[in-house]
Design a protein around this ligand. Structure first.
Ligand SMILES: [Mn+2]
Length: 333
């Protein structure tokens, strides 16, 4: 692997020789992905090169903190949708992917090898994209740490707001500096603090999860226990949830004396999702397969189109209790 000094030299020449730079955070962009992408965009701007960051996820589905970040930077950085990428790309566009290295996590499944740069801290495997230049360093805490050190090598001054986001990226992937922290991590943290980031500001992005946590708590509060051993959560018909919120709620119920838990909710675009979890006596993967979904014994999910929450619940009941299915209200435990 190239050290950051050589990464800088190679990246500089690739950026200077392309038409424009397009940066890709991974699907369901988190702080680390978005922060490292912003850092790369900052470098491109300093090299007088046009750059765009492609966020393929519907913005409202992203973590609330990430939405806040995008809101704060969107006047100074070009954040574009997948459709715009199709319009923007040219034969000589340099694509830079941040915080991932595989097609499964990518909104774009294939890139011209010669026009691809990978900056990541996750292990490589045989799925990893082929690229012209890669810096995949699993000893780094985060892509944000790598990019901070890269910006420093370019001797670029980091604006306050970007320093705060990069710090949030490092805090996320180190569980607030409690794991994967090396002296290099701390040197980069220091650099960000010297550039105007503060722990208070960077941490404040995380408290944006409050809204989502509340939704998960509401889901949990609505649990009905069937046969004392199965937890069923049905979201409100007019509310939209993320798959993660449903999964978190189903996960939470496993803390109690349940064998399995199911959380049902609208996830947008007319789709109702069921997230299922179990300890070990119920194979929820099989239950979900009956509903055209999938999973393992312990965790599964499915998506149903054009059904109400109620109907989705009934379909699920028919599979769990095929012989006892009756249309009467579920008893609250
Ligand atoms: Mn990361």
């Amino acid at each position: 692997m190239l050290d950051v000094k050589n990464l800088k030299i190679n990246l500089e020449s690739l950026i200077l020789n392309c038409d424009k730079v397009i940066v890709f955070p991974h699907k369901s962009a988190d702080f680390d992905a978005i922060a490292s992408s912003l850092g790369i965009s900052l470098i491109s701007t300093e090299l007088n090169k046009e750059s765009h960051i492609v966020v393929g996820d519907p913005i409202y589905k992203l973590d609330h903190g990430v939405q806040t970040v995008i809101e704060q930077v969107k006047d100074n950085y070009s954040i574009i949708r997948l459709d715009d990428y199709e319009k923007e790309k040219t034969d000589n566009t340099l694509n830079i992917i941040c915080d991932y290295n595989k097609p499964q996590l990518s909104w774009v499944n294939s890139f011209d090898k010669e026009k691809l740069v990978i900056i990541d801290h996750h292990d490589k495997d045989n799925e990893t994209f082929e690229s012209n230049l890669e810096h995949i360093d699993s000893s780094s805490s985060s892509a944000s740490e790598i990019v901070t050190s890269l910006i420093n090598n370019f001797e670029i001054k980091i604006p306050d707001n970007i320093a705060n986001v990069l710090l949030a990226g490092i805090l996320l992937d180190t569980n607030r500096l409690s794991k994967n922290v090396t002296s290099d991590t701390m040197r980069n943290v220091t650099l960000l603090l010297e550039s105007g980031a503060t722990m208070e500001q960077a941490n404040s992005f995380f408290s944006e999860d409050f809204k989502s946590d509340r939704k998960v708590q509401e889901l949990i509060n609505s649990t009905k226990f069937l046969n004392y051993t199965i937890g069923l959560i049905m979201g409100e018909d007019d509310k939209e949830y993320t798959k993660e919120e449903l999964a978190k709620a189903a996960d939470y119920l496993l803390k109690y004396q349940v064998d399995a838990s199911y959380a049902i909710g609208n996830i947008g675009d007319g789709i109702v999702s069921i997230s299922a979890r179990s300890k070990d006596s119920v194979n929820v993967g099989n239950v979900m397969r009956e509903l055209k979904g999938g999973g393992t014994q312990f965790s599964g999910a499915t998506k149903l189109k054009d059904v109400s929450i109620e109907e989705a619940g009934e379909r699920l009941m028919k599979i769990i209790f095929p012989n006892h299915f009756e249309r009467k209200p579920l008893k609250k435990y």
